[in-house]
Design a protein around this ligand. Structure first.
Ligand code: ADP
Ligand code: MG
Length: 246
């Protein structure tokens, strides 16, 4: 069978969006200090959809939060969109966070805001847009994710799949170059999970963004251009992946 990571890359650019070299990470201090990531090396190019998979506790979320600037990288080199994040200042990390779209397992929508207002939160970085423009952009992307008739609904009145689609709209409305997703289908049934990743794939293609997605949902591995496998804080080669995909 042909493997997802052998798919033709749709973007001819060879620019690395994420470039990781000899990255180590530790949690805790003193005697409790424990190494969570061991000498990671990984290059992700513009426009690639990469799935990071592996057992629970293997370090996937740690990688994602480091790449997203949600925690500070300590040792080695981690370059995201040309910016070195190892030893970066808090101000630099804040800037990096603004450039990315995030989708988490729990949708993290604000209960007191409508779907359209939640999506507009994703446009906070675009201060130059008028209120009317921000509203229109949020309506447009909600239509794209099939929620044109739910724009004024509150999260409590939406299904799990619909909420996750709002979260995708919020992550992509600012047209980020990089989208980081942590188990985005974990709380969804099979059909909603499939719909949600198809949507991410479609929007990513349209906007030419790079996606790094953590999942151990075997049903969605085929959306990836490439799959990387982690175990015990280490990245394994793609040969291990072949066994998982079959
Ligand atoms: P995964 O997402 O693959 O399940 P994680 O990245 O969450 O794995 O965790 C990797 C390892 O780091 C685990 O051993 C976990 O217990 C540890 N770890 C994760 N976050 C913290 C933290 N905030 N403090 C201490 N240890 C942590
Ligand atoms: Mg995790």
């Amino acid at each position: 069978m042909s493997l997802p990571f052998s798919k033709i890359q749709r973007n001819s650019s060879t620019l690395s969006v994420i470039s990781i070299h000899h990255l180590n990470h530790y949690f805790g201090e003193g005697e409790l200090r424990k190494q969570a990531l061991f000498d990671l090396n990984l290059e992700i190019k513009a426009g690639e959809i990469v799935i990071l998979t592996g057992p629970s506790g293997s370090g996937k979320t740690t990688v994602l939060t480091l790449v997203g600037g949600l925690r500070s990288a300590q040792e080695g080199s981690l370059c995201v969109l040309g910016q070195e994040l190892c030893q970066a200042s808090e101000d630099q990390l804040v800037q990096v966070r603004r450039n990315n779209g995030y989708i988490f397992q729990a949708h993290n929508l604000h209960r007191s805001l409508t779907a359209a207002q939640n999506v507009q939160m994703g446009l906070e970085v675009h201060r130059q847009l008028s209120r009317a423009e921000r509203h229109q952009r949020s309506i447009d992307i909600l239509q794209q994710v099939g929620l044109g008739n739910r724009t004024e609904y509150y999260p409590d009145n939406l299904s799990g799949g619909q909420k996750q689609r709002v979260a995708i709209a919020r992550a992509l409305v600012s047209r980020p170059k990089l989208v980081l997703a942590d188990e985005p289908t974990a709380a969804l049934d099979k059909k909603s999970g499939r719909d949600v990743v198809n949507l991410m794939q479609q929007l990513a293609k349209e906007q030419n963004c790079t996606i790094l997605m953590v999942t151990h949902d075997n049903r969605i591995l085929d959306v990836a251009d490439r799959i990387v496998y982690m175990e015990d804080g280490m990245l394994k080669t793609n040969t291990v992946t072949a066994a998982i995909v079959q």
